[in-house]
Design a protein around this ligand. Structure first.
Ligand code: NAI
Length: 301
């Protein structure tokens, strides 16, 4: 296929001062995008802040001949998100691409989790993804074009000990992706999601051997984001697991299922094998399609 370029495109990458966001920003800029490098510059748990991280990535892009501007706003506040979009519009006149990547961790087992630990993680990941997309959405609708790439995680898709807050936020992001993909479709907006695996300060301490981590460079995730952020992308509402060059579609699927012989808990238990047969599973285009299937089966009974 012809080279994927972002000439005359304006991209916002949140949390782009390091790790995966930096790799996404560098890739988009290297292919012609004007990039807003947003980063609060805090610690992994979201505390603190500094302009250094975003500034360093802007300098890196400019040194390579690209165009970028820094933004230090927090995605977790609506006003911060509006500031990020305003930075793009003031510097480059529009927003074509939003890469929602900013994230923090407050890992703790559920029985010890405080309300503050829950709120902080939901605010940055789920509300932050909503905030920045919500601020850019009217511009994308008006111009009839937009690409949004969100960042989920295996911890949300499959669960992970000590990450109830993070996992809930990350699966929430997939739900948001599904609905926005449907709402934006007619306006030329495509919304997709990745569940990345990469070496970063977030994963340096989880005990993976150094040689394994070294194979999981963020720059091996960025190309998938690059495609999903491009005009070539006609994929919508999908999620891809990606790390170390491996990519796999992730989908919410539903088994063919079975009718219970009677409306009792025992009848459910008796049919459990048929109900759970994943070999018959399929994804649905939207909630109504899934409800329709259930209604059709119920009507036959
Ligand atoms: P990272 O810690 O290097 O990057 C996250 C960036 O977000 C940081 O630079 C941080 O300053 C910034 N940030 C945090 N709160 C912010 C806020 N309120 N506003 C603006 N910026 C903020 O970690 P990494 O690994 O690059 O993570 C990037 C994304 O990928 C995160 O959403 C993370 O949850 C997700 N992810 C990463 C995985 C991995 O294997 N590294 C696995 C699955 C998901």
């Amino acid at each position: 296929m012809s080279e994927i370029r972002f000439d005359d495109r304006v991209a916002i990458v949140t949390g782009a001062g390091g790790g995966l966001g930096r790799a996404h920003a560098l890739l988009l800029a290297s292919r012609g995008a004007k990039v807003v490098v947003n980063d609060l510059g805090g610690a992994v748990d979201g505390t603190g802040g500094s302009q250094k991280a975003a500034d360093a990535v802007v300098a890196e892009i400019e040194a390579a001949g690209g165009e970028a501007v820094a933004s230090y706003d927090s995605v977790s506040e609506a006003r911060g998100a509006e500031g990020i979009v305003k930075t793009a519009v003031d510097a480059f006149g529009k927003v074509d691409v939003v890469i929602n990547n900013a994230g923090i961790l407050r890992d703790v087992s559920f029985h010890k989790m405080t309300q503050a630990q829950w709120d902080a993680v939901i605010a940055v990941h789920l509300t932050g993804t909503m905030n920045v997309t919500h601020a850019a959405w009217p511009l994308m609708r008006e111009q009839g074009y937009g690409r949004v790439v969100n960042t989920a995680c295996a911890a949300g898709l499959y669960g992970n000990f000590g990450q109830a807050n993070y996992g809930a936020a990350k699966l929430g992001i997939l739900g948001l992706t599904h609905s926005l993909a449907q709402e934006g479709f007619k306006k030329g907006i495509r919304v997709n999601c990745i569940a990345p695996i990469a070496k970063s300060r977030m994963t340096e301490t989880i005990g993976l051997p150094e040689e394994v981590l070294n194979r999981l460079e963020p720059k091996k995730v960025a190309p998938v984001v690059g495609y999903l952020a491009s005009e070539s992308c006609d994929i919508n509402g999908q999620c891809f697991s990606v790390g170390g060059g491996y990519v796999s579609r992730v989908a919410v699927v539903e088994c063919a299922g079975a009718m219970m012989d009677e409306a009792t808990p025992e009848a459910f238990a008796e049919k459990l094998d048929a109900i759970s047969d994943l070999s018959t599973a399929e994804p649905f285009a939207n909630a109504m399609a899934a409800v329709q299937k259930a209604l059709e089966l119920a009507a036959k009974s």
